[in-house]
Design a binder for this molecule. Structure first.
Ligand SMILES: [Zn+2]
Ligand SMILES: [Zn+2]
Ligand SMILES: [Zn+2]
Length: 430
């Protein structure tokens, strides 16, 4: 079957997450967004794992589902028709590794997917002796990531480990501050255990295609949501057997017949696309910051080097060069943000959400409205500026203000639209 999967989220037990990250609201929001498979997140956390056992049951295919219909006190979710069969969960967690290797401090995040609760128990049992799993849904271990792979390969070889948001400056495989320049430097003889990488919000697949070293890896995209309304802002669309084995096979083989495409932010919208210094309000392209030796033109201190800069440092290919077995991708903007801009208001205001919910209801889900719905059908729902916004987004006719140093970027749809004119906007890209 065709299904949309978000493999990296966090529960309410992770730091800086919404209290609303519970299984009921995750299922309801997944239904609105158009996701069929959502990560449990945080399976290393004892209390969340307890709730997982309480609320979910196995579906016999390596996934889990709610035991009963999801309930919510959020009035926006009151009329969402979601049965336990509509949304499945995959056991998933993220772990932060902080350790020293070859004279440098390394900080990287890894996602782990598991086929069953028994594997999770075995893994947690071992990790408990190595660090505190209770303090945070995304625990910190002072363990070499390579040793972690050995433990996983030994205890639960069916588990999948995916390096998370591989380009972000802090806490990632290739991060400018505490990462590596090559996958092999990090995982050494365990490198073959890795076959998929998460591109993160600030990079999209085409940026990653600039590195021939990544050709043999499957690129996945996930929301890393800390609140339920952010679910599915990046996701993966499959056409294969709906099971843990089917999913892993599609990821491993990178077969475009089975892994149809990913859903992406415009990478400029991510928090670390460009270089900059947030305190000074300075944002620079990689070319500009190179000219300034990465020093902030205001305060003279070292700026945070963003994702694009890091990709350019390690790239060995010009943009646009094609290679075999690439999974296509689609850049999307969340529907509430499109509605907010159409209204001249914040994407988080009630009016923007009302419109987003209306479109999701009419077309089955947010992703269906953003990707699949014919424009003529979209235009039947007022206000017309929203369908116009979706049209501009699909054509990539957007104005981008890149994110930097932890500040989200902004994507403007209507900035280039002459007022009252329905002519296509001017393409403005950095
Ligand atoms: Zn992370
Ligand atoms: Zn995360
Ligand atoms: Zn500065």
């Amino acid at each position: 079957m065709k299904f949309v999967a978000d493999l990296h989220i966090h529960s309410k037990f992770s730091r800086a997450t919404s209290r609303d990250m519970t299984y009921d609201s995750l299922a309801l929001w997944a239904k609105i967004k158009g996701l069929h498979l959502v990560a449990t997140g945080d399976f290393t956390h004892p209390e969340w794992l307890f709730l997982t056992r309480e609320k979910l049951e196995s579906t016999g295919n390596g996934f889990l589902r709610l035991k009963s219909r999801p309930q919510s006190e959020d009035p926006r979710l009151a009329d969402v028709n979601c049965s336990p069969d509509d949304v499945s969960f995959i056991l998933s967690s993220e772990i932060s590794f902080i350790y020293s290797k070859r004279g440098r401090v390394r900080k990287i995040h890894l996602i782990v997917l598991a086929p069953d609760l028994e594997s999770v128990e075995r893994l947690n049992g071992r990790l408990e002796g190595l660090g505190n799993l209770r303090s945070d849904g995304r625990p910190i271990l002072g363990l070499d990531a390579k040793i972690f792979l050995k433990i996983v390969a030994d205890l639960c070889p069916q588990c999948v480990v995916i390096p998370a948001h591989i380009w972000t400056p802090w806490f990632s495989l290739f991060g400018a501050n505490s990462g590596f320049d090559a996958i092999e430097e990090c995982f050494e003889e365990m490198t073959p255990f890795i076959f998929a990488l998460e591109t993160g919000l600030s990079s999209d697949p085409s940026m990653n295609w600039r590195l021939s070293a990544l050709d043999k890896y499957t690129l996945v995209s996930n929301s890393d949501a800390h609140s339920p309304s952010r679910l599915g802002r990046e996701a993966n669309v499959f056409q294969t057997e709906f099971s843990y084995a089917g999913l892993v096979d599609a990821l491993r083989k990178r077969d475009p017949e089975k892994f149809l495409h990913t859903v992406e932010f415009f990478p400029e919208e991510g928090k670390y696309h460009f270089d900059g210094h947030r305190k000074c309000g300075v944002v620079l392209s990689p070319e500009e910051s190179r000219r300034r030796n990465d020093l902030c033109p205001k305060c003279g201190k070292k700026m945070t080097v963003g994702v694009l800069h890091r990709v350019l440092d390690l790239a060995d290919r010009e943009p646009g060069v094609s290679a075999a077995h690439r999974i296509p991708f689609k850049n999307l903007i969340p529907l509430n943000e499109i509605a907010g801009e159409a209204l001249g208001k914040s994407g988080d205001c009630q009016a923007a959400w009302d419109i987003a919910f209306r479109f999701a209801r009419e077309f089955g889900s947010e992703l269906a409205a953003l990707i699949d719905a014919p424009l003529d059908d979209l235009r039947r729902i007022p206000p017309e500026s929203v369908s116009r916004g979706i049209e501009l987004m699909r054509k990539g006719l957007v104005e981008v203000h890149p994110g930097y140093d932890g500040e989200y970027g902004r994507i403007r749809l209507f900035a280039a639209e002459p007022a009252g004119d329905q002519a296509p906007g001017q393409l403005t890209l950095f």
